[in-house]
Ligand binder design. Structure first.
Ligand code: C5P
Length: 243
């Protein structure tokens, strides 16, 4: 197994209660290195669910997409560091000052606590947004231009990477270089259905386009053997990394 391949597979814990979340982590942790805890599960269960995942050796992507005044986002990001999560994210539309302050306070906290800093990611433009959505809020630019612009802003603010659709990965990789992390949802292995995702890529395509890690939910959770489905995805990630 290529080192780190398992950590590139992030399972979306899109459930609303603690015991169901724990069942998934118990079932999948052999093949899945990281679990995404989003607004619904965190609002319901709080830090306990983060600790539960960590108790099984899993990493946590705390997907709360902070977007607020710089001081508030920085303080929230430091609280996330205290939970020892592996990834924290914000909205890049919160601006460079917001991101720079988060980096500064997270770095200071992690240095004092002697822990490695979580990966700091920003969402550029939500994939649910269209040119019309942007126009409504006064942004008269094409979505792709905004995605690249915000990815560059994220990088210049000292963040580690972005969350983006696989379709945007190649553009971002070209604009931000090899060391910038790109985490992509909207991934569908050939054995899975599309569900409500529209612009999808297979795991191999997403990695080839420059994705660093993949967020995958239903292709695993609705499979007849979820652990086996995760194993197949892992093998596909390893194959793409090796080629
Ligand atoms: O089940 P599925 O693989 O579609 O789950 C993808 C996960 O990634 C969900 O938690 C979804 O909310 C999240 N996500 C997404 N598209 C984005 C951002 C996040 O599907 N642009």
């Amino acid at each position: 197994m290529i080192p780190g391949a398992k950590d590139r597979l992030i399972f979306a814990l899109d459930v609303d209660d603690f015991s169901t979340a724990e069942e998934w982590v118990k079932k999948l942790h052999k093949n899945v290195g990281m679990f995404k805890v989003g607004k619904q599960l965190f609002t319901r269960c709080g830090p306990d669910v983060v600790k539960m995942v960590q108790g099984y050796g899993g990493g946590v992507f705390l997907d709360l997409k902070y977007h607020d005044i710089p001081n508030t986002v920085a303080k929230a990001a430091v609280e996330a560091c205290k939970l020892r999560v592996g990834i924290v994210n914000v909205h890049a539309l919160g601006g460079a000052e917001m991101m720079r302050k988060a980096v500064a306070e997270v770095d200071t906290y992690c240095a004092v606590a002697e822990i490695s800093r979580p990966l700091l990611l920003a969402v550029t433009i939500l994939t649910s947004s269209t040119a019309e959505t942007l126009r409504e809020v006064g942004i008269d630019r094409p979505v792709e231009e905004m995605v690249v612009r915000l990815a560059r802003l994220t990088q210049s603010a000292g963040f580690d990477g972005v969350v983006a659709s696989p379709q945007e990965a190649a553009l971002i990789r070209a604009a931000c270089g090899a060391d910038f992390a790109i985490v992509t949802p909207g991934v569908r292995p050939t054995f899975a259905s599309l569900d409500d995702q529209k612009r999808v890529a297979t795991p191999a395509e997403a990695i080839a386009a420059g994705a660093t890690a993949l967020v995958i939910g239903r292709p695993i959770s609705t499979a007849s053997d979820p652990l086996e489905a995760a194993g197949k995805i892992l093998a596909e990630i390893e194959g793409a990394l090796a080629s």
